[in-house]
Design a protein around this ligand. Structure first.
Ligand SMILES: C[S@@+](CC[C@H](N)C(=O)[O-])C[C@H]1O[C@@H](n2cnc3c(N)ncnc32)[C@H](O)[C@@H]1O
Ligand SMILES: [Zn+2]
Length: 382
């Protein structure tokens, strides 16, 4: 953890600044330590360079506590901690387990993968955030739900100071993947209890996360609270599929969610390899029936995620209206294959796979005006 991060975070219960106790430093960063709120005594560990700003029900580390027992007991003498109940606790634990496994196992997905490598992800990042050239240069940017940090990395490459957070141990991969950057910060935290000061980020993006939280709308609101007025937010989440696809997906996931991690890995390998074997001509039509991709980590991601809600553009537009996000661009109707130009066929047979919306945070909730233009790749000079 870099000391600079202290300026961006605060105790989420009482909004007091944290006191820092350092146990170890390495390369000017705090490797092990403790953050404590002097007002309400809430404390969090900094373990392996990462502040773990989670309740003890979601993060414990016995090795760390044993190693620094003396220092910890000295600082925490007479500290009494009560923790609030959390109706999403079971989901958060499962998310930590499965996504944690994914981002530790596929720690270099988005960097060294034969398809999902750095160059490929550069395009995807610009596409999913609808980013204009130089838009985030020297800006303070938030990656909400950063996984292994592949998009924290891309934002850093654009010259931003970037804070990435995630619920699970993927943050260790994210830290390792971005530690060479002086302007990178990684935190382990829950989107519903963010430790950042309000209204500080110039730009926040969240890619493939809010539909995995159990309350996508509230997750969006929690992220938005951290964005400055007139700052920008970009969100990508799952779109509803056609009726048959939704039914099949529900049925398959009902089965896969009962599987162990090794079995899920085997299934993901079989799905990915068979998809690769049959090629695009089979993959495309099959994807009208259920999700099938030639990449193991994507298959694992899809079929292991403890929850995945699917949404529609009107639904997400309505959240934006309620929260005061002035939607400026989106990716609706982006693809122009002939079948997709026939509206009703498109909506019922081949709807968009994802929703991508970008907007400006206004002070008050808005009268909604549909965005006029769709993001146009040809106008961008990356
Ligand atoms: C599909 S991954 C996307 C990761 C990254 N944005 C990317 O595109 O590579 C979804 C991520 O959301 C995170 N997540 C789910 N619920 C969360 C929560 N309540 N708070 C923070 N992160 C959460 C998961 O841990 C997981 O890493
Ligand atoms: Zn406090």
């Amino acid at each position: 953890m870099k000391k600079r991060l202290l300026q961006l975070i605060e105790c989420k219960s009482c909004k007091e600044e944290f006191q820092l106790h350092t146990f170890n430093t390495e390369n000017l960063e705090i490797k092990d330590g403790l953050l404590i709120c002097p007002k309400c005594n809430v404390y969090y560990f900094i373990v392996n360079f990462i502040p773990r700003i989670l309740p003890r029900k979601l993060y414990t580390n016995n090795k760390f506590e044993e190693k620094f027992e003396k220092q910890i007991t000295k600082i925490l003498k007479n500290k009494n901690l009560s923790e609030k109940d959390d109706s999403l606790l079971k989901l958060k634990k499962d998310t930590t387990k499965f996504f944690g496994y994914e981002w530790v196992h596929f720690d270099r997905h988005g960097f060294d993968d034969e398809v999902y490598n750095e160059n490929f992800e550069k395009n995807i990042f610009h596409h999913k955030t609808l980013l204009r050239s130089n838009e985030i240069k020297n800006k303070l940017v938030l990656d909400a739900g950063c996984g292994n940090g592949r998009y924290v990395y891309q934002a850093l490459k654009c010259g931003a100071e970037v804070v990435g957070f995630d619920l699970g141990p993927g943050v260790d991969s994210a830290y390792n993947n971005t530690k060479q950057f002086a302007k990178a910060h990684i935190i382990q935290a829950d989107v519903f209890n963010l430790p950042f000061k309000d209204n500080i980020f110039n730009f926040a993006f969240t890619i493939g996360v809010i539909h995995h939280t159990g309350n996508a709308k509230r997750a969006l609101k929690c992220i938005l609270e951290k964005v400055k007025e007139k700052g920008t937010i970009a969100v990508t989440c799952y779109h509803k599929g056609n009726m048959l696809w939704e039914f099949n997906d529900w049925l398959i996931r009902k089965f896969t969610l009962k599987m162990s991690i090794p079995n899920l890995m085997t299934l993901s390998k079989i799905l990915a390899k068979s998809c690769k074997f049959f090629g695009l001509w089979v993959e495309k039509p099959v994807n009208l029936l259920f999700r099938w991709e030639p990449n193991i980590s994507i298959m694992f991601d899809w079929y292991s995620a403890p929850i995945a809600t699917h949404h529609t553009y009107p639904e997400v537009y309505s959240w934006c209206k309620e929260f005061g996000i002035n939607v400026t661009e989106d990716l609706r109707w982006e693809k122009r294959e002939w079948i997709r130009n026939i509206r009703w066929i498109r909506e019922f047979i081949a709807p968009d796979f994802a929703i991508t919306i970008k907007g400006i945070k206004e002070k008050h909730s808005l009268k909604f005006i549909k965005p006029k233009h769709v993001w146009d790749k040809t106008k961008i000079n990356w």
